[in-house]
Design a protein around this ligand. Structure first.
Ligand code: FAD
Ligand code: FES
Length: 319
């Protein structure tokens, strides 16, 4: 995701602002040392956190503040105002936090705070499981594994994915990456080293074919079995494939994985015209990305207007 590097907006928070400029419940963006900082007032307490969501840079000033949290207005990631911790996906990294001083009716932002260690996962009433197996290497499986380690779970984590790529930022596959505006190294959710460093045993091309709940084992396509104490199924969804003649041709694609997006890009390099079947979010994003590659695009869908089923006729007409 491209980030703008324009001059930070709002007042210089090192010089401070009058307390009266920030009403109770209010938010204000200023800057500290070149970084944009969001100030929030909750009663007598004032929080200072990074002004942008760590997912896709959403403006937290437009988000909803609930108790000591702020939610991003774009895809509803949630951050702890006291620690900056990302409490809810899709954001995975914390926002920065600054110390705030109130003096002589003014608010000053001081240095950046060290990121506190996240709280350990609360001990369940029973025994802590020794082996957790996650089936699925998408955002949900990844967030579960990352969250377990972040919460200081010490047992074994095995993540099984029948994809050949480590967890990726799937939404990017129809947007900047497909349009040629984002390099491929933006696509993985984390570098490969993350998994070994965090003792997450990520097994790719590992297709789970069965679960034996009584013996607590999953069966894999290669005939092997893997025992678990707790099993998380995070197998996501699949594109609808049309059962029509021609759908199996080599120049017909579906879009779900990094490999799919790569294949479309490769084909786009020698194509002049594309037909996109489906006028929902992904279909229209693909159409826009291919237009950015100067390809003539036709969108075909049974609806009378684009996105009508999701957004209604007025928005469909607008689009
Ligand atoms: C092109 C595209 C663009 C999108 N854009 C947006 C967007 O802009 N905003 C938004 O909110 N959402 C978007 N989405 C939807 C979003 O990506 C999904 O909601 C999200 O990926 C769901 O995550 P998940 O982990 O539940 O499932 P998935 O990402 O589908 O992951 C499932 C995982 O399970 C694995 N798996 C499945 N079956 C097995 C098996 N039997 N054995 C082993 N592994 C298995 C798969 O290989 C995969 O790794 C987009 C989706 C696509 C495809
Ligand atoms: S930009 Fe904040 S949740 Fe996506």
């Amino acid at each position: 995701m491209a980030q703008d590097h324009a001059q930070p907006s709002g007042p210089d928070l090192v010089r401070g602002i009058a307390l009266a400029e920030l009403a109770d419940g209010g938010k204000l963006v200023g800057h500290f040392g070149g970084e944009e900082v969001l100030l929030l007032r909750r009663g007598t307490e004032i929080f200072a956190v990074g002004a942008h969501c760590t997912h896709y840079h959403g403006p937290l000033v437009d988000g909803l503040a609930v108790d000591e949290t702020i939610r991003c207005p774009w895809h509803h990631a949630c951050f702890d105002l006291r620690t900056g911790e990302a409490l809810r996906a899709p954001a995975l990294r914390p926002v920065a936090c600054w110390s705030v001083e109130q003096r002589d009716g003014k608010i000053f932002v001081r240095g950046k705070q060290a990121q506190p260690k996240p709280k350990a996962v609360g001990k369940p009433s029973g025994e802590t499981p020794k082996r957790i197996v996650i089936v699925g290497g998408g955002a949900a499986g990844f967030a579960a594994a990352e969250g377990l380690r972040r919460g200081q779970y010490e047992g074994s984590i095995v993540m099984l994915s029948n994809d050949d790529a480590a967890p990726v930022d799937r939404p990017n596959l129809s947007k900047d990456y497909l349009a040629g505006k984002a390099p491929e190294d933006w696509v993985p959710l984390r570098p490969d080293s993350f998994y070994s460093k965090n003792r997450i045993d990520l097994r790719l091309n590992a297709n789970v074919t069965g679960i034996d709940a009584s013996s607590r084992e999953v069966a894999l396509a290669d005939g092997s079995k893997l025992p678990y104490d707790r099993l998380l199924l995070a197998t996501g969804a699949e594109p609808v494939r049309l059962p029509i003649p021609g759908a199996d041709q080599t120049h017909v694609f579906t879009l779900r994985s990094l490999a799919d997006s790569r294949a479309i890009i490769e084909r786009a390099e020698t194509s002049r015209r594309a037909v996109v079947l489906g006028a929902g979010f992904i279909g229209l994003e693909v159409a826009a990305s291919l237009r950015a590659r100067d390809i003539e695009v036709h969108v075909v869908a049974p609806d009378t207007r684009p996105m009508e089923r999701i957004l209604g006729p007025e928005m469909g007409d607008f689009l």
